[in-house]
Design a protein around this ligand. Structure first.
Ligand code: ZN
Length: 145
């Protein structure tokens, strides 16, 4: 039952991604690429006083990567840089370990089922790897390889 609901949320975000547009006044940008699946995305972030004021993305990829980017942008607004990086760790744990689900994840728990599909983990984490490089100011495009 819960799985169906999670599935529905992922589908909804993949068909109608939130914050899916370029950002003119972004203070940080980064590009990510997942060669395993062909997912590509460009992330725009506006950071002011160490707080993520706005996040958006454009890209083309599978349903999981698009939904993950969409839900990520919703989760990040108002967070500090450190909080954003901590959330990344929690999300990565959710997908790669059997650790108990952290309540900090909020809606992001919908991706817990991806754990059973290792090939999909890179799709789900692409946006987050790209986020890390944007926050750390890396200039090179990110690859999940
Ligand atoms: Zn993918």
């Amino acid at each position: 039952m819960v799985d169906d609901l999670y599935q529905e949320i992922i589908l909804d975000h993949s068909k109608h991604p939130r914050n899916c547009h370029p950002m003119e006044d972004a203070t940080r940008k980064a590009e990510g690429y997942n060669p395993l699946c062909g997912d590509k995305l460009k992330l725009f972030i506006k950071v002011e006083d160490d707080i993520v004021k706005d996040v958006s993305f454009v890209g083309s990829g599978c349903a999981i990567s698009t939904a993950s980017a969409s839900l990520m942008t919703e989760s990040l607004k108002g967070k500090t840089r450190d909080e954003a990086l901590k959330l990344l760790e929690r999300f990565h744990d959710l997908l790669t370990t059997d650790s108990p689900v952290s309540h900090e994840l909020g809606k992001l728990v919908v991706f817990c089922g991806v754990r059973d599909y290792p090939a999909r983990v890179k799709c789900a984490t692409l946006a987050w790897h790209t986020l890390k490089s944007a926050l750390n100011g890396a200039a090179e495009p990110v690859s999940t390889e």
